[in-house]
Write a protein that binds this ligand. Sequence first.
Ligand SMILES: *[C@@H]1O[C@H](CO)[C@@H](O)[C@H](O)[C@H]1NC(C)=O
Ligand SMILES: *[C@@H]1O[C@H](CO)[C@@H](O)[C@H](O)[C@H]1NC(C)=O
Ligand SMILES: *[C@@H]1O[C@H](CO)[C@@H](O)[C@H](O)[C@H]1NC(C)=O
Length: 220
Amino acid sequence: MALLLAGISLLAAVQACTVTPVEVPGGCTSLPSYDSSSGIAGPWIVEMNQCVNTTAPDKACSIEGFGSEAVYLLQQGDTSVQRGYIAIVSENDLAKSPLRCNDATDSFESYVPSGVSGYEWKSVNITDMPYSAQLMWGLGQYSLPIQAYYHYLDGVKQDGIFLGAHNVTSWAVQLQDGSAGSGGKPYWLVRLLGPGSADPVTGAELEHGEYKTFIRIYGS
Ligand SMILES: *[C@@H]1O[C@H](CO)[C@@H](O)[C@H](O)[C@H]1NC(C)=O
Ligand SMILES: *[C@@H]1O[C@H](CO)[C@@H](O)[C@H](O)[C@H]1NC(C)=O
Ligand SMILES: *[C@@H]1O[C@H](CO)[C@@H](O)[C@H](O)[C@H]1NC(C)=O
């Protein structure tokens, strides 16, 4: 009997930790720093929130609160920057790239390197590959939009507004070696842990070296 009760309270504890994402209604209007004359909310940094270090005994995550940066990708034959990742910085004093919500393009946008030497606001999407739904700009048609969500716990709205898609706000982050597009600094690549994102062979939710996190709009 004691064992059964222990089992039940454990289950309750696990479920209590599971928040329900609910899409923020009204396009950009409910997001921080919304300006009705421009139809734009932001710009703001997005940051790691409630990240879990599955390999640390106390689950403490050293990159909690670290912000977003743009890491451009140059593929063979590219003579200018067309696309890249919205990633998380590996040192929080590195330069960040802001995001904003733009009603005119009905999307989140980031201020990113573009062309030969410029910077522009570009729409940010996730790829349409469930297993590697990375957050990127310049994706085009093979991509899905992201949304803003509130978190509810046992019917109670929690602090914060979070990025996600498919009613999922959990992301995996994994450290990558520095490249030209990251100014030579390592960076944390993010992918959505949405439907079909588990490893197709092992069924594992996270790959080796990946940690789980929410991505919160700073100031929300
Ligand atoms: C996670 O925990 C491991 C083991 O304690 C540690 O080596 C690593 O630096 C931690 N990573 C983060 C991101 O907290
Ligand atoms: C983002 O995804 C939407 C929906 O699939 C698509 O219409 C749009 O072109 C994509 N935008 C970019 C910049 O990839
Ligand atoms: C997200 O949840 C809402 C409310 O339960 C539901 O109406 C909607 O269809 C869901 N969207 C997706 C993509 O699952």
